[in-house]
Design a protein around this ligand. Structure first.
Ligand SMILES: Cc1cc2nc3c(=O)[nH]c(=O)nc-3n(C[C@H](O)[C@H](O)[C@H](O)COP(=O)(O)OP(=O)(O)OC[C@H]3O[C@@H](n4cnc5c(N)ncnc54)[C@H](O)[C@@H]3O)c2cc1C
Length: 438
């Protein structure tokens, strides 16, 4: 079936980023939009919706507030409408539970009929100046073609499993499916190994630590030389700013790569309080010098996983500074090995419209478009290499969405801050002065 309507924008994927775009474009009557998602409804990282975990970003990272605090789809309005605003006030924390964020996003979707679920995008073609988006309804299997002037790709990232990890072994799981397997892990895992130095690995380790029975031995291994915290000091947080996007974008491809390689602690570490909670929990276990039944080893690279023995998995590590190889056994291996962006297969028939850089990655324009005309195909969360790590940050989503909406409209509908940081990332203006004065 072909839907004869022509949309100005079709967003593919309704994760938080495209949901924000749907919410911010909602009050603009001249934008006819449609947002499609293959899932049956919004459910934010359900395999990691561990009790009591919170967002890592302040609640103002909701769908709309940083672009338009008066928009009725704000988190504060959600709290007001659901009778929770006073409780939120008394709680006095900027960091809401992830469960509440999930519920808030579902509430936003209830008010946006342009978000359609159970609709998977299979293919896209370009015909007579329009993109034809072929979809299949995941339940009825009905196929529909939607036509649009522009696409916004918001398909997110996928769990990353290193290529040397054996496939199809149910004893090896990624943190993204942790909660689906938690009961089994707790009841059957005598030895559980967790790999990774990021937030997900730490959350899973802490949850198992609190819920395991006494015999279950936990091992936690990380490649970096320590379990380091995410950097939240305020002058570093200034890198989460429009100024920094401009600065980063204007560097060469090779300089950007170097910058990204140095920004591990800023985006990839563990929440500072969580590290301390883990330590304090272990401290309690160790009262009277009791054995906490744990192995925690940094500086360890996992090189090989041998799953040929049905009774246990053998993990082969190297301690990188000592250059000493060592082995560990586990009943279950949990991989906190992060997420990666994969280009969606549905782009195959419009590849010729997409710009590439020297590495074959999307050559993303400053306005977040990737097409040769510079305003037809936009990406969300696929531009770390051009717009920096803050592309992954919920706190900057409203900025990016404002930028894209303004670009599509050809006018500044949403005010975009240009310089918010006290520090200068770019010194061009000083270099132009005859004498640089402090
Ligand atoms: C556990 C966890 C916690 C996080 N917490 C924070 C945090 O506190 N603060 C922060 O700033 N960032 C956080 N992040 C990082 C980031 O904000 C999230 O990953 C966020 O979900 C990214 O949103 P997204 O819209 O890019 O993608 P996703 O949420 O992954 O959504 C993509 C959607 O695209 C759909 N899709 C894919 N292909 C198709 C197709 N062919 N057709 C139709 N639909 C399709 C999928 O079904 C999915 O619903 C967290 C990440 C994780 C994993």
């Amino acid at each position: 079936m072909t839907n004869e309507a022509v949309y100005n924008v079709i967003g593919i994927g309704v994760g938080p980023f495209n949901l924000g775009l749907a919410a911010l474009s909602n009050p603009i009557p001249e934008l006819k939009t449609l947002f499609l998602d293959q899932r049956d409804g919004f459910d934010w990282h359900p395999g990691l919706m561990i009790d009591h975990v919170t967002l890592q970003t302040p609640f103002l990272c909701d769908c709309v507030s940083m672009a338009d605090p008066t928009n009725p789809l704000s988190l504060l309005n959600y709290l007001k409408e659901t009778g929770r605003l006073y409780k939120f006030f008394i709680r006095e924390s900027f960091f809401i539970p992830r469960k509440e964020y999930n519920r808030y996003c579902q509430w936003v979707i209830e008010q946006l009929p342009q978000c359609r679920f159970s609709t998977q995008v299979m293919d896209i073609t370009y015909e007579e100046g329009l993109y034809h988006v072929m979809t299949i309804h995941t339940k009825t299997k009905e196929t529909t073609v939607f036509k649009t002037e522009r696409l916004i790709l918001g398909t997110g990232t996928q769990p990353h499993i290193p290529s040397f990890i054996p496939k199809d072994d149910s004893r090896i799981i990624h943190t993204s499916s942790y909660l689906y397997r938690k009961e089994e892990l707790l009841s059957q895992g005598k030895k559980i190994a967790i790999i990774g130095s990021g937030q997900s690995a730490a959350e899973v380790f802490y949850d198992l630590l609190q819920n395991r029975n006494e015999e279950t031995q936990l091992g936690w291994y990380s490649r970096p030389d320590r379990f380091f915290p995410m950097e939240y000091s305020k002058l570093t947080l200034e890198l989460t700013s429009p100024d920094y996007v401009d600065y980063f974008y204007n560097r060469s491809e090779s300089v950007r790569k170097t910058i990204l390689s140095k920004q591990q602690a800023q985006f990839k570490g563990i929440n500072y309080d969580l590290i301390n909670d883990i330590y304090d929990f272990i401290y309690d276990l160790n009262i009277d010098n009791a054995d906490p039944n744990l192995t925690i080893i940094p500086n360890s690279q996992l090189n090989r996983v041998d799953n040929s023995n049905p009774d246990f998995i053998n993990l082969e590590f190297t301690q990188l500074e000592q250059e000493v190889p060592y082995d560990q056994e586990a009943d279950y291996l949990i991989l906190g090995t992060g997420y990666r962006y994969h280009e969606p297969a549905f782009l195959k028939n419009i590849q010729s419209r997409i710009k590439r850089d020297s590495s074959g990655l999307f050559d993303v324009n400053r306005n977040y478009s990737i097409d040769h005309n510079g305003g037809e195909i936009y990406v969300l969360h696929a531009e770390v290499h051009t717009h920096s790590y803050i592309s992954t940050d919920l706190g900057m989503a409203a900025y990016r969405n404002s930028y894209i909406i303004n670009d599509i409209l050809g006018r500044e509908h949403y005010t975009i801050e240009k310089k918010i940081a006290f520090q200068d990332f770019d010194v061009e203006k000083y270099a132009d002065l005859p004498t640089a004065k402090i």
